[in-house]
Design a protein around this ligand. Structure first.
Ligand SMILES: *[C@@H]1O[C@H](CO)[C@@H](O)[C@H](O)[C@H]1NC(C)=O
Ligand SMILES: *[C@@H]1O[C@H](CO)[C@@H](O)[C@H](O)[C@H]1NC(C)=O
Length: 306
């Protein structure tokens, strides 16, 4: 057997090995969706992540987009801060400094495992001063009192004076209302039809130096999630992720599943895979496989092919 022959044979076997291992099955739970890393409690499909999130968060593998679905619509997730436990989403119907759009509003489902983050500020635009419930009539019916956050009224000010898109449509600044999530009520609804406002803007992480620059605000919605009542990250999932697995659950029994590279599922982590690989790899590289009769049967078969 010449050297040239045996090295091409080795490549052939290697090829078969990798071909089989990549074809047999791949990891069911993706660890990224587009540019966004996916970690517990998020998942890319049924059986991945935490079951409470599966209904709301989906990855479209073709579009490479991660989306949040609520009863008011479907919203692209722009980033996830896993340390602070915050999901950032955008809403294409939301108005920004560059563009005003009509909107129906934004709402979270009552049983969703997340809520508005305190950093989120909503600004309701073009609300009917006579009909919107954010301008409540006085009991002696001599006028209306605003339920909007008065201390933040400068936000309306900056939006109206520094954003061309808003100044152009000639809205009255008195119809603008800053509305913080605490005021949204237990159903977490921002139903613009009920509120009698035609559009809204949402932003988060408004630094003190940035307040007067609406063109630089982070437009979108920040949502805070919790792992459970005690907000503890499940220890078993930590081990699974450290071993390059993706945390998931059994769709029938709801019990914890660690989805390992190659598609194998375990109840703890994927370290055993690397232990077995560390046995197999030296076995290949030292040529120990030559000691096994089966290897030679394979080689002999391949060599005797025409
Ligand atoms: C492994 O777990 C994932 C996620 O729960 C599931 O989609 C997949 O079908 C499981 N694979 C096997 C081989 O059981
Ligand atoms: C109506 O009520 C408001 C607030 O309670 C008060 O400031 C105002 O003076 C009242 N107007 C009349 C005419 O009583």
């Amino acid at each position: 057997m010449g050297l040239k022959h045996s090295s091409s044979l080795f490549l052939f076997i290697l090829f078969i090995f990798f071909f089989l291992s990549s074809r047999v099955c791949s990891q069911a739970c993706l660890k990224t969706c587009g540019q966004i890393p996916i970690k517990y409690p998020l998942g890319t499909g049924s059986g991945c992540g935490d079951s409470r999130f599966t209904r709301y968060i989906k990855c479209d593998p073709d579009q490479q987009t991660l989306t949040l679905t609520t009863h008011t619509g479907c919203y692209p997730i722009t980033s996830v801060d896993y340390t602070k436990q915050i999901i950032y989403v955008t809403d294409s119907s939301m108005s920004t400094c560059a563009c005003t759009r009509p909107s129906q509003g934004f709402g979270l489902d009552w049983d969703a495992p997340f809520s508005f983050h305190d950093d989120t500020v909503f600004t309701l635009l073009d609300c009917s001063v006579d009909e919107s419930p954010v301008f409540k009539p006085l009991s002696n019916s001599t006028g209306r009192v605003s339920l909007c956050d008065r201390q933040s009224s400068s936000i309306c000010n900056f939006l109206y004076s520094n954003c061309r898109a808003i100044s152009l449509i000639n809205l009255q600044e008195s119809t603008c209302c800053v509305y913080v999530p605490l005021d949204l009520g237990p159903s977490f609804e921002m139903d613009l039809q009920k509120l009698r406002c035609s559009s809204y803007s949402g932003f988060y992480n408004l630094g003190p130096a940035q307040e007067s620059h609406p063109e630089n605000w982070n437009y979108g919605i920040a949502l805070k999630y919790k792992f459970n009542v005690f907000d503890e990250y499940p220890a078993v999932c930590g081990g699974c992720e450290r071993s390059n697995g993706a945390c998931g659950y059994n769709t029938q029994t709801s019990s914890f599943v660690c989805n390992c590279p190659g598609g194998i599922n375990t109840t703890s982590d994927c370290f055993f895979l690397y232990n077995s690989a560390s046995i197999l790899l030296p076995w290949f590289s030292t040529g120990a496989w030559m000691m096994y009769p089966l290897s030679w049967v394979v080689i002999w078969t391949v060599m005797s092919l025409p």
